[in-house]
Design a protein around this ligand. Sequence first.
Ligand code: GLN
Ligand code: ZN
Length: 765
Amino acid sequence: MQTNVLGYPRIGSNRELKKANEAFWAGKISLEKLQLTTRQLRRQNWETLQAAGIDLIPSNDFSLYDQVLDMCLMTGTVPARFKPLMESLASASSLELYFAMARGYQKNGFDATAMEMTKWFDTNYHYLVPEFDASQTYRLLYNKCLDEFKEALSIGIHTKPVLIGPVSFLLLGKIKDEQLQTADLLDQLLPVYIQLLQSLQKAGATWVQIDEPTLVSDLTPIQQSFFLHAYNKIKAAVPELKIILATYFGGLQDNTALTLELPVAALHVDLVRAPEQLDTILPLLPSEMQLSIGVVNGRNIWKNNYDQSLTLIKKATDALGEERVFLATSCSLLHTPYDLDLETALPSQIKNWMAFAKQKVQELSELKQILSGNTSLLAINRDAMKDRSTSSIIHKPAVKARLLALTAADATRKSAFPIRQKAQEEVLKLPLFPTTTIGSFPQTEEIRKLRADLKNDVITQEQYDEEIRKSITDSVRWQEDLRIDVLVHGEFERNDMVEYFGEQLEGFVFTKNGWVQSYGSRCVKPPVIYGDVERNAPMTVKWSSYAQSITSKPMKGMLTGPVTILQWSFVRDDQPRADTTLQIALAIRDEVTDLEKAGIKVIQVDEPAIREGLPLRHADWQQYLEWAVRAFRISVSSVEDSTQIHTHMCYSEFNDIISNIAAMDADVITIETSRSQMELLEIFSTFKYPYEIGPGVYDIHSPRVPSVIEMTELLEKAIQLLPARNIWVNPDCGLKTRKWPETEQALRNMVAAAKNMRVAVKEIV
Ligand code: GLN
Ligand code: ZN
């Protein structure tokens, strides 16, 4: 039985890729130095996999920025706005063009915005969205895939090149010109793919991995037909090349029959996400097809449960024989951190339950050794599994009991919204079009340094608290001066909206170096939720109540919601996500209760990640939305009618989930709408959304300061759609990435726009 790794993290064990890229962009290192670094990174990866005895070692899984962007350049999918730049460059494979497409370009008289970015399936990795427009002629602009295959060969390693398949590449992109047909585009792309595959075959490649992860999503019959069309053509052109068709992040379900018809040498399936599909596939697998079974999870940081994997492996080998089975990672290991060995500060018991990319590769080889009789490796693994399933630092009877005791009443406010709205109006006495912000204020160098100094024991807790208090005081005075109606304390004490809470909750640990790529050179270090979650002490009350104590205006308490904390962490695989979320919800509920007790009358629970948690298959949406909404409601339902609950989401594509958003029963929701000119607000109008809404009027993603007129016009659009009584005035999102001067001017203009509206509406009445 051979082992197969679908892809390996490329950022380097110390984020060398990030550092090299950023230094190159800043003009601090040469192109040669960048290339040297990336060559070393690739070599290290290949040698790690070789040393672990992996049979199918991936190449072209490396990317300087993004693998979908690589595919765009390999196929000539260059958006029209980059054509002038491309033509001006000596070579089309120039990194100048590559990074221009990734990051935008404003130089030498050229001005082109970056390609759009979006999440890669249900991961937190972002890819650049291919744009198909009428100007493109698809051709092999440069052959990165072949270059890297040869690079590995030159150091004696025979690799399996990895490509994103033509159908997924198309379906993940955007067709910019209406007259373009997907089927025609596919026919234009296929010759490029074929040329590429022929070049690999000529260079001596035996296996090529072609990723078609869209096969685990809902496909229309036409989309399904693209696969057969594409792979028949490929088979005819490169009959000798062995193609391993990779699917991951879910089960094939209704695409199973279609997939098994494709003329490929092997199929890879994700048995971590969808173990049940093995039973369906085994009897149907064509006799000439091999099966790669993904049993080692590429999406988390937990040690593999060998007994569970062995059951799956045995089932496969019993049916197919060892020769036909590949033992594999479930997907690319891109989504896991590099190397657990580098974590010297993790509690050793918890560390013994974990595995990062390097360890996961080792797991594949251990599983193979166990199959050939090494029982001690199995025994060691069983010990770790047993320790984890019984550990008292994970399993807390009190938390589990509290979850079991939850009733519908715990997820229900005392009264319905109309009664609450009245009670809140009486207590808060806000004007029409009340103004507020989303929570954070600019995170200056000094603030970051202050937090770092506390962490590194350069300053005392008292010194730190004093400085934070000063920042809060300044920001309160400043908001009062601007005449904002509902104030925030500014979130100066928070590095990150999840980490801040995780650090104070039981059941979380933090790694020192557990980075995963988010996009380009950006990496994130998600917290690890390993055990039952519990709040020991208030987490935000100190700063919120201090801020409230120095002003007579209402101060908004600021919390992160349970779904967002879940989504942006590595979560347990030993209980359903819903249960972990509910545990977090109870911790947030306790915080909400304490904030109210401390005199906070407005509390915002941010849930920017609800939408991205939607399952890949539509059929699974309702179930997810039900527990996600329930978790939110449990978080906020302990309060009196007069306490106003806000939520915030950094987008406003609510068309398909509007009834669930309404079911959250939040008194106020603030959303992003400025860039869409309020268009995205329409669904709230047609749905007759009964709650209050703050449609963002200020695009915080840009340093640009919107004028009073602009924002007034946006609000005028909003009152065409929604009752004036329900409208709040606020930016699209938090202001932590902005600078102070522009923030001040923008908010001043925002308050002026709200005043204009108050006058205008009075005139109408
Ligand atoms: N309260 C957070 C902030 O203002 C919200 C951030 C977010 O929505 N992503 O930064
Ligand atoms: Zn936001």
